[in-house]
Structures are given as structure tokens and as C-alpha cells.
Design a protein around this ligand. Structure first.
Ligand code: SF4
Ligand code: FES
Length: 393
């Protein structure tokens, strides 16, 4: 899937209040399952790694079922079926049913373009609890161009309608960047018209595919200021009708985001090939070995004891300026993947932080790119990316 911002669902909020056993053992309450990297869309900011897992490496149906049972046993409460496009897996209904029977709350994070009403209805019957649909804009011209998929936007609108007809709660996920931020007021209206409970205004985060496309996606400072004002006004106006999550872009911030809630603290995901990862982009950090659910270790053991999770857990690994910074237990040094991508060392301070020696350079580069001429995308695919043609096809 193109974006992995995970909303706390209302049901999850209830479960969290009840304090599950998961908290006792430190196991995250919600886990992201990237069940495939296959996807008909080609979004230039996809959160999947640039090196995608091919279908031959994917866990089998039985392996995913075993994972789901294990997650339920160790206290996980919610699973997000994501990808790639999770509906590209023929066994999705079976997996949702298995998760549901194991007592897990299930969320489908989808581009929606492969769904039919019948398939969605089957998923609902299997116990699906929530649907999150990603949108690339508010009209097919731009939205289909960003996704690199003709007819996608129209299909998404249909699936959103079916979702509500089937009485499933809906989250609209809108990934925003320089080329679609002008549509933000209409995106908010679209979420209302689609009867969504929640809208995620997710500014692109720049690693993996998005880093390749940074010059075509980076918004201007003025655009972001306007975006923040629009979100604040809408939040006030729509209180009680639509919850708006706002994922701020961190290049223009003074302090970095607490990525993943801190490495190995609140989150893990499982890749199509079964790797247990501290974040969806973790495999971009070279030199770290990630354990697989196919190994002899349990998922709980991997979470608690594996080298990759412990390498950047807590604050002991930090260098200056993070090591002595008053914010070190607040943001945990920002994003390890971004630090690696921009500095070559994941243990460095994330350059999104104003205290990083690289912050000024990165900020200036972002500003220059935002004002630049580049608008053609490098589309995400298994071949390592394809440059959009000059006429936008
Ligand atoms: Fe956070 Fe490190 Fe920056 Fe301090 S120096 S604000 S801990 S990223
Ligand atoms: Fe990997 Fe931020 S995306 S730690």
C-alpha cells in the first residue's frame, strides 16, 4: 500500500483503555502485515522498500495463518492487512476470517482498485472490521496520473460507497505533496461526502520511493503553512463529524517526528517474505539483519531479543547531539531510516532535527527542490522504477 499511517480505530481505543495483556509484555497492540508487495498502482511515494519482495518469496496461506494465531496468542489486538495491495492475494478472505476467529480486530489498508462489491461483502462476512482507502487526489486526471493507473479514482469512489453500504467504518487516506496540496479543501469535502469517520492528511515522508521522487513531490513552505491552516480550520468546523489526522512533513520542522513511536517501542510490521521489522522501511538500512517468522524464533522473541530491534531501542545507542539532548526520550532521535538515507548512518541524529549539523543543508535542498521544475514521477515497480513520460503517461 502506498501509505501506512495507522489510525487508532475507535474499537482499538476502547481496547487500549481496558489495558490488555499486550501492554504487560510490551508487545504492540497493533501490527502491520504487508502480505504482498504486488500492487497495480505505481505511486511515486510508496512506503514499500525500493527492493520489493517478489511473489515467490511471499509467506503461504498457512504461514500467514500461523502468524495470525501467534500474534493473537501473544496479546496483539489489531492487525492491519496492507501491502502492496493486500487484495492482490487470493487468500485474503481466508486470512481475515482466520484473524477474526482468533479474536483480532482487522483493518484493510487498500488502494481499492481490485475490489468488487461481492469481494468486499465476503470480507465483511469474514469479520473485517474497518476499511482504509488511499486517494491520490479529488479528480481522475491528477489522481490517476499520480497512481499511474487509469480508472483508479472512479473505482475508489465506488468502493468507498460500498464500504459504507456494508456498514463498515471508513478512513480516507490522502497522501499530500506539492502536486496535489491545492486540492486539500476538496479532499476534506470528499471525505465528508463519502461518510468517512476519519481522514488522514498524510504529507509524504521522504525515504524509499519518495526519496527518489523528492524533487517532484516536495511542497513549498508556503503550501505547508496553508495546509496546516486549512486542517486546523476544518478540525474545528467538523468536530464530532470527521476526525482529521495530520501527519506533518518533517523537513520543514525544527524537531523530528517520533518515528514509529521510537524504534522497537510500539510497532512492528511483517514483510511479505516474513521478516519482522521495526518499521516498514527498515530494510533500507544496510548492515542490519532482520529475523523471519520462518526462523526458529517466536515473534515475541524476535520483538524482545533480536539484534535489529535492540540496536536502536531506547537511548543508549545515541551519539551527540541526541545523547545529551533534553528531547531524547520524547522523539528518540527522530527517524532511523531517514538518518540512514540522508547521512549514511542510522545512529546519527535525523537531519530533520534543527540540532543536526546537516539540517540547514537538507532544509535548503528541500526548498530549492520545491521551487524547481521537476514534476515527472519515477513510478514504483518491480524493475526499480520507471520515469513518467513527458506527456504524463
Ligand atoms: Fe531529538 Fe536528537 Fe534532535 Fe534532540 S538532538 S531534538 S533527541 S533528534
Ligand atoms: Fe523507519 Fe522512521 S521509517 S524508523
Amino acid at each position: 500500500m502506498s501509505d501506512v499511517t495507522i489510525p487508532p480505530s475507535d474499537s482499538l481505543a476502547v481496547l487500549e483503555k481496558q489495558r490488555s495483556t499486550a501492554e504487560t509484555f510490551g508487545i504492540p497492540l497493533a501490527v502491520l502485515l504487508e502480505i504482498t508487495h504486488r500492487c497495480p498502482l505505481q505511486c511515486p511515494y510508496c512506503s514499500n522498500p525500493v527492493e520489493l519482495d517478489r511473489s515467490g518469496k511471499e509467506l503461504t496461506t498457512d504461514e500467514w495463518k500461523k502468524v495470525l494465531s501467534e500474534l493473537a496468542e501473544i496479546g496483539v489486538l489489531q492487525v492491519h492487512f496492507s501491502g502492496g495491495e493486500p487484495t492482490a492475494r487470493k487468500d485474503l478472505v481466508e486470512l481475515v476470517k482466520h484473524a477474526s476467529d482468533a479474536g483480532l480486530y482487522t483493518n484493510l489498508i487498500t488502494s481499492a482498485v481490485l475490489l468488487t462489491r461481492e469481494k468486499l461483502s465476503d470480507l465483511a462476512d469474514a469479520g473485517l472490521c474497518h476499511v482504509q482507502i488511499s486517494f491520490q487526489g479529488i479528480e481522475e486526471g491528477l489522481a490517476d496520473r499520480v497512481a499511474g493507473y487509469k480508472g483508479g479514482h472512479r473505482k475508489k469512489l465506488d468502493v468507498a460507497k460500498w464500504t459504507r453500504e456494508l456498514d463498515l467504518p471508513l478512513t480516507v487516506n490522502a497522501v499530500m505533496h506539492r502536486q496535489n496540496l491545492h486540492q486539500l479543501p476538496e479532499v476534506i469535502q470528499m471525505a465528508l461526502d463519502l461518510d468517512a469517520d476519519r481522514l488522514e492528511v498524510a504529507n509524504v515522508q521522504y525515504y524509499g520511493w519518495a526519496l527518489k521522487n523528492r524533487a517532484a513531490l516536495m511542497p513549498t513552505v508556503a503550501q505547508l503553512e496553508e495546509c496546516t491552516a486549512i486542517v486546523e480550520e476544518a478540525r474545528e468546523r467538523l468536530k464530532g463529524r470527521l476526525t482529521i489526522d495530520y501527519v506533518v512533513p518533517d523537513y520543514y520542522a525544527l524537531r523530528p517526528k517520533k518515528c514509529m513511536g521510537g524504534w522497537g517501542r510500539q510497532f512492528f510490521n511483517i514483510s511479505p517474505a516474513g521478516k519482522v521489522l521495526p518499521c516498514h522501511a527498515a530494510e533500507s538500512i544496510t548492515g542490519l539483519d532482520f529475523e523471519s517468522v520462518r526462523s526458529n524464533h517466536s515473534i515475541a522473541w524476535i520483538w524482545q531479543n533480536s539484534e535489529a530491534f535492540n540496536r536502536y531501542r531506547g537511548t543508549g545507542w545515541m551519539k551527540e547531539p541526541c545523547r545529551t539532548c533534553e528531547f531524547r526520550e520524547i522523539d528518540f532521535g527522530g527517524c532511523r531510516c531517514q538518518a540512514f538515507a540522508l547521512t549514511g548512518d542510522a545512529a546519527n541524529t535525523d537531519p530533520a532535527c534543527a540540532l543536526s549539523p546537516l539540517h540547514e543543508t537538507i532544509f535548503k535542498q528541500a526548498e530549492a527542490e520545491a521551487e524547481g521544475e521537476t514534476s515527472r514521477f519515477v513510478y514504483r515497480n518491480f524493475a526499480g522504477g520507471t520515469l513518467e513520460s513527458e506527456n504524463g503517461t
